[in-house]
Design a protein around this ligand. Structure first.
Ligand code: ZN
Length: 645
């Protein structure tokens, strides 16, 4: 397996003209390059390379693709092999287990850094418990907040003296090399002027699972409006923020024993929980959990309980980011603390016993919690309610375990007052979508996948919406980010901008239409998802997509002189000027897509009617539906006709 970011780096480095030119001599022709096709015999060149799009295409034999596809085809390699071939050409390291001298040097470097951080932790602890300044400022801070020395020792907390280079000087005097002091993030070297990163802060060492000190979090004590309240070790060779959670070393035994892990926000929250006798607790340091952090916790327990401050806005934000934890198959629960309290403050306000009792009695299952929270927000508003159902269904759908999903479906249909089958149906639909399952883990396929061999395509294309779906996708990919309309609100003066992607997505979603072709559907979901996040993916994104079936389809769309939708054929040639006609082209394409979908529905209705023969009531209902479809169809034909005139 080659990881996603490495694949991206390979694509970034492997410029298509450069890669092709290694095998084919190319001549510049306008914005493109032209040469003799290496895949079939030809005397006049029809092999085209587009550096702007990052693709090649032969108009003689039809072969086309991105730089990786070219190497696959030319060197007869599989997808991963071609990636490795290019990685080698561009000196991009692919992580594989084979130790080189450089790696040994890196290893030594890491060890030296660990020695330095260990020394630093000891030094800081010395300052806190025995230094004048540390005792006066640091230790008193902890004591005032009711922390016992035992807890402070357990977490190895310390203090970094205020004098700008106090720690660095001491370390250098003790024989530690400044190189490693800087590399481990403890010391800052500003053009030869060397000083401490954490001067005047109380120090929380961040331990690895085995108790090595990887980095530090430093909290300022004196109020200084110019200084950040918390400063952390930057990313170093040994400290990767996204891979570790604070307190895991001290908590892991308790997590196993209790078969549960509490998640809080800050360092002092962790310390306070220990103080209150709850030792199975870690902190995410204020950010949403990463997948690596979740997996780290999962090594000890599948049960995670998140503690939230009783601030509704904060809760909502965090709740929305929690699906990832569900996706990892964890059982997630929530405890909402009383209004205005955090674990630190609340555990100190009540007795140890009361605190633990509160946690126990206020634990709610995450999905139930989310459903109630959103229900409360939505009330009787039908649009919001529909969104709510979608959100809840989403959370249920990511749960990998089927039995758990079934239980949630039952419970949520009760809470939402909806039939169980409806909720289950929605969950299943969502799970079937390729892009939904694979969003975070597009697999690098091991088999040879030629660009032409997209899997499981529809067979009888004439009878389906294949072509209108393709046209929809093509518009999204080529023009998604283009502005379709701007509307200025006269009263407020605010401008609402609708992009091509906004328009198409809202049209499709409002009518709850689905794309049938699995590859198109996956691409559409990806566009929808990213557009929702404010980033509309364009040509490059799909041409260089790690899923070969998708990059092949994108290349196809951008090169093929394909059949435009029927409306367009009747109107002659548009290809050169279509970007100027988006205002017409986009709504028309959406309409003919809808028209195709209605045709399919009507066909199904006719089939159903013949099956329902004898059951007059049923037939009447079906006929009624058919009539509605026909009138819709007429309306669409009318607006298409009006536009075509
Ligand atoms: Zn060719």
């Amino acid at each position: 397996m080659i990881d996603h970011s490495t694949i991206e780096r390979i694509f970034d480095a492997a410029q298509i003209t450069e890669v092709v030119q290694e095998f084919v001599s190319l001549k510049k022709r306008g914005v493109n390059y032209l040469g003799l096709c290496p895949f079939h015999n030809e005397k006049t060149p029809s092999f085209t390379v587009s550096p702007a799009k990052g693709i090649f295409k032969c108009f003689g034999c039809g072969k086309g693709g991105n730089s990786v596809n070219f190497i696959m085809e030319h060197e007869h390699l599989s997808y991963p092999e071609a990636l490795k071939w290019l990685a080698k050409k561009y000196h991009i390291e692919i992580e594989e287990k084979e130790v080189t001298p450089e790696e040994i040097a890196k290893q030594n470097e890491r060890e030296s850094m660990l020695v330095v951080t260990q020394y630093a932790a000891k030094q800081f602890s010395e300052n806190l418990f025995h230094g004048h300044e540390g005792m006066a400022l640091g230790l008193s801070y902890f004591r005032e907040r009711g922390f016992r020395d035992a807890i402070l020792h357990k977490f190895d907390v310390g203090y970094c003296n205020e004098k700008r280079d106090d720690f660095t000087r001491k370390a250098l005097d003790a024989g530690y090399r400044s190189e490693y002091l800087v590399l481990s993030g403890l010391t800052i070297d500003k053009e030869g002027y060397i000083f401490d990163r954490f001067a005047g802060r109380i120090m929380f060492p961040i331990h690895s699972l085995s108790g090595q000190v990887l980095g530090f979090g430093g909290r300022i004590i004196k109020s200084d409006p110019k200084a950040a309240k918390y400063v952390n070790t930057p990313e170093t060779e040994i400290y990767h923020k996204s891979r570790i959670v604070y307190g895991i070393f001290q908590a892991r035994q308790a997590i196993i024993k209790e078969d549960r892990c509490f998640l809080v926000e800050g360092y002092t929250d962790v310390l306070s929980m220990h103080e209150a006798g709850v030792e199975n607790v870690v902190a995410s340091s204020g950010t949403a959990l990463t997948q690596e952090q979740i997996r780290l916790i999962k090594r000890f327990t599948p049960n995670i309980t998140m503690l939230y401050d009783g601030d509704p806005a904060g809760v909502k934000a965090s709740v929305r980011g929690t699906d990832m934890v569900l996706e990892e198959g964890m059982n997630v629960r929530i405890v909402l603390l009383p209004d205005g309290e955090d674990p630190d403050s609340y555990s100190k306000k009540v007795s140890e016993e009361e605190f633990r009792k509160y946690l126990k009695e206020n634990e709610t299952d995450f999905i139930r919690f989310k459903t109630r929270l959103l229900l409360d927000e939505a009330r009787e508003d039908p649009v919001r309610r529909a969104n709510l159902v979608r959100e809840v269904v989403r959370s249920i759908a990511v749960i990998p375990d089927q039995i758990n999903r079934t239980i949630y479906v039952k419970e949520c249909s009760l809470l939402l007052g909806m039939p169980e089958e409806v909720v289950l149906d929605e969950v299943m639909k969502l799970r079937k979508q390729q892009s939904f399952r694979d969003r975070n883990t597009w697999p690098v396929q091991d088999a040879i996948v030629t660009p032409q061999a997209a899997p499981q395509r529809q067979k009888k294309r004439e009878e389906t919406s294949y072509y209108s779906e393709k046209e929809i996708l093509r518009l999204l990919i080529r023009y998604g980010a283009e502005v379709l309309s701007r509307v200025t609100d006269r009263e407020t003066g605010t401008e609402t901008i609708t992009t091509v992607a906004d328009y198409i997505i809202s049209e499709i979603e409002e009518d709850e239409l689905k794309l049938n072709d699995p590859v198109f559907a996956a691409m559409y979901e990806e566009i929808k998802f990213n557009t929702g996040q404010g980033m509309i993916p364009g040509e490059r994104h799909f041409v260089h997509h790690p899923e070969p079936a998708i990059s092949a389809t994108a290349v196809d769309m951008l090169t093929e002189k394909y059949t435009l939708s029927s409306i367009w054929n009747t109107r002659g040639s548009y290809v050169e000027t279509e970007d100027m006609k988006l205002k017409e082209l986009v709504p028309e394409t959406v309409l003919s897509f809808k028209s195709d979908k209605i045709k399919i529905l009507q066909k199904e209705l006719i089939k159903e009617m013949s099956q329902a023969k004898g059951d007059d009531d049923r037939v009447a209902i079906l006929q009624e539906r058919y009539k509605v479809m026909t009138s819709l169809q007429k309306k669409i034909a009318y607006s298409l006709g009006k536009r075509v005139v």
